[in-house]
Design a binder for this molecule. Structure first.
Ligand code: SF4
Length: 248
């Protein structure tokens, strides 16, 4: 019985007892008005991260974000694109791979990393048991192709970054692999180069992030293959440690 029903039942019983024993209604003082507790004195709810307080987070789906990207014209890269390359892979991936932006092949097909650099990336990932169809999600800082394969401009990266932030929140990867200078600098908000940033897991809003060379750079300069391989081995060892920790 809820409190209102209980109060109503008590009032009726009191009325019945008055009539049975006194033959009339007994005079009673009206209950005093109780001030509701002030917000300051009310117990505070434990707060999660800011984005968990945002009701829109709970309605978010990858499809919603993708639909917004498909129609997006927030920066000048929308003018020359054929298709947006939103991203692809599995949900809750152990690894989120982030590159710079779509190239010619990606623009034609609307998929990330499908040209020569993409094929090399697939081989690099496969060497450490990673695969976009099984345990990775692959995307870019900007979702539309910069003309002539130029670097995305700072304002284009900043305009597009909220889509990636939403992908990260939704996908909840265990680690981010940033490919190349543009991805690393944008995600870490730094001016430092890949050479200075690679080699250790860095903190990106509570998520571990590893920087390595972009496959396009490796295709241009073979000497980057070895350090990139060292980075991938480090990534594999890190994932194995996480797996061992979660199975204990
Ligand atoms: S690059 Fe990003 S912000 Fe710019 S038009 Fe494409 S989706 Fe929109």
């Amino acid at each position: 019985m809820d409190p209102t029903e209980r109060a109503e039942l008590n009032a009726r019983l009191e009325l019945l007892s008055d009539w049975l024993y006194l033959g009339c209604r007994r005079a009673r003082a009206e209950p005093e008005f109780q001030m509701p507790p002030s917000p300051e004195s009310a117990p505070r709810k434990r707060r999660g991260p800011e984005w968990m307080e945002d009701p829109s987070y709970y309605a978010e789906t990858l499809e919603n974000i993708q639909n917004e990207v498909l129609r997006c014209a927030k920066c000048r890269l929308a003018q020359n694109r054929t298709y947006t390359a939103f991203g692809e892979g599995v949900l809750n991936p152990p690894v989120l791979v982030v590159g710079e932006g779509p190239g010619a092949e990606e623009d034609k097909l609307g998929r990330p990393f499908v040209g020569p650099a993409g094929k090399l990336l697939d081989r690099m990932l496969a060497a450490v048991n990673l695969d976009r169809e099984k345990n990775c999600y692959i995307t870019n800082i900007v979702k539309c192709r910069p003309p002539m394969n130029r670097d995305p401009a700072p304002d284009e990266r900043e305009t597009c970054l909220p889509y990636l932030e939403r992908q990260i929140r939704f996908l909840r990867p265990r680690v981010i692999l940033a490919l190349g200078r543009t991805a690393a600098q944008t995600l870490l908000k730094t001016e430092r180069g890949v050479g200075a940033l690679r080699g250790a897991f860095l903190d990106r809003d509570g998520l571990p992030l590893l920087v390595t060379y972009h496959p396009s750079a490796i295709l241009r300069d073979e000497s980057l293959k070895r350090p990139a391989w060292e980075d991938l081995k480090k990534l594999r060892a890190f994932l194995d440690t996480l797996d061992a920790g979660s199975s204990e």
